[in-house]
Design a protein. Structure first.
Lengths: 238, 223
């Protein structure tokens, strides 16, 4: 949130800078099996965001101190490629990627049946190839599809969508300009079959009514994205 | 939602081999048992894996497209030696955990510290799972008929859930494959297949296994 509230990003017809209405998602497409050597993989294209997720395992957890006697551990690594942004990203782990890896693992832990693989590890690699706002949502969605593709048992797939506020209007799925100059951002991780929430962050301020509106947008968008995820699994290379 | 949430769910829609994704609703649980890849939650059945629904004798199960091998006692497996200590070998059997092969269950006796002179790292062995603990740690043995170090041939890998298809009813498909190619073939329960014979025949077997895996994974074909 850059906080530049005076930057006009919604025209008189209520359309946003990229021509979308407030409730519209960017185009989303998902492909499975993009990394043959991985046990499961998925590529998600969401607007100009491109994310690839690969799942390896369950495998023996090393070092042994990370093993849990009663369940598996998720080892999530979220990384943005140096060329993914207009300013070159410094390669390697940083505070932001560490935070996103952590919240992604926390969200996925609530759906993966970890107790079926005690003392083992499931490795999830998320690589952002092109970034255009909302990469944590795209990464989490890609990881969900890759886990399902790898045959890891889950109670549901996590769909992650963000809504936010620009020029005092609540809109769904912020793009780069809206993310940079908007007033608030509300990414959520949703289990579409039950409507449960496994991940929520908020950046900026929203009134209770605005929060509810953003919530509703996310819930509706999650159903749309979930359908695309299911179609990719059922009609993809499987 | 990809599947209907009515009382019967999509299971009874007359589609014998419905494709499902994790979280998909499979209808009411009453009168049914939850099989592989299915959970009973709030009186309903729910898929936990990506695969095809299979209903047999009141049990609803998912035939998954991908599975990890989970060892069970008495499984015959092909493993690779991953490491060793003075009196134990660690065997990679393709499961989430390495199995251990104690010297007492190994192929021969060696002096304390001489494990590598009998089985070295990287070598393949045909062994049997003797014991699986609650925490999935397993012990394998090489004491038994036909269990040995593998010195020749080639080892291929297929998904463990496809072994039934590879072997066929009463071993018919496997016998046919052996007859067609003249190869010696051993199918281990962890999805590893040992093939020995003429070079061209090994290639033929490898192609057949690959074709079978591709066929099973292509959505909409039998599987």
């Amino acid at each position: 949130m850059g906080g530049y509230g005076d930057v006009q990003m919604i025209d008189e017809n209520g359309l946003r800078v990229d021509g979308r209405g407030p409730a519209d998602l960017r185009p989303v497409s998902i492909e499975t099996g993009v990394i043959p050597v991985a046990d499961g993989s998925a590529r998600v294209t969401w607007g100009s965001n491109h994310a690839v997720a690969a799942v390896y395992g369950p495998m023996e957890a090393h070092p042994r101190k990370i093993q849990r006697q009663d369940r598996a551990v998720l080892d999530v690594r979220y990384n943005m490629a140096p060329f993914s942004t207009t300013d070159r990203m410094r390669p390697g782990f940083n505070r932001r990627s560490r935070e996103i890896s952590k919240v992604t693992a926390d969200a996925l832990e609530s759906v993966v049946l970890l107790e079926m693989y005690p003392r083992s590890k499931i490795r999830i690699e998320i690589e952002i190839l092109t970034a255009e706002a909302g990469t944590r949502c795209v990464g989490l969605t890609a990881a969900s599809v890759a886990l399902a593709h790898a045959g890891i048992p889950m109670t549901d797939m996590v769909v992650s969508v963000a809504s936010g506020k620009i020029n005092d209007v609540v809109v769904c799925d912020l793009n780069k300009e809206e993310d940079n100059y908007g007033e608030a951002d509300l990414p959520m991780g949703i289990l579409p079959n039950t409507g449960e929430l496994v991940f929520l962050q908020m950046d900026g301020d929203l009134s209770p009514a605005e929060f509810q509106e953003a919530w509703d947008y996310n819930m509706e968008a999650a159903l749309v994205v979930h359908q695309i995820m299911v179609d990719a699994l059922k009609g993809g290379d499987a | 939602m990809s599947v209907s949430n009515d009382a019967d769910g999509p299971r009874d829609n007359g589609r014998a081999s419905l494709l499902v994704a994790p979280g998909d609703d499979l209808g009411v649980s009453e009168g049914h048992e939850a099989g592989h890849g299915v959970l009973m939650m709030d009186g309903r059945l729910r898929a936990t894996k990506h695969g095809r629904v299979n209903e047999k004798g009141g049990e609803v199960a998912i035939e998954p497209f991908r599975t990890a091998y989970i060892p069970r006692p008495s499984d015959m497996v092909i493993g690779y030696v991953e490491g060793c200590t003075n009196n134990i070998w660690f065997i990679d059997i393709g499961a989430p955990f390495n199995a251990i092969l104690p010297m007492s269950l190994g192929p021969g006796k060696a002096a304390f510290g001489g494990t590598r002179s009998i089985l070295d790292i990287g070598e393949a062995v045909l062994c049997r799972v003797q014991e699986v603990e609650e925490t999935h740690s397993s012990v394998v043995t090489m004491k038994g008929l036909g269990l040995r170090k593998i010195r020749s041939g080639n080892i291929e890998q297929v998904d463990p859930h496809l072994l039934g298809r590879l072997i066929g009813k009463g071993g018919k498909a496997l016998s046919q494959l052996k007859e067609d190619t003249g190869c010696r073939i051993i199918v281990a329960d962890n999805g590893r297949v040992w093939v020995d014979g003429e070079f061209d025949s090994i290639i033929t077997v490898r192609d057949r296994l690959q074709a079978m895996s591709d066929d099973a994974k292509s959505t909409g074909v039998d599987a």
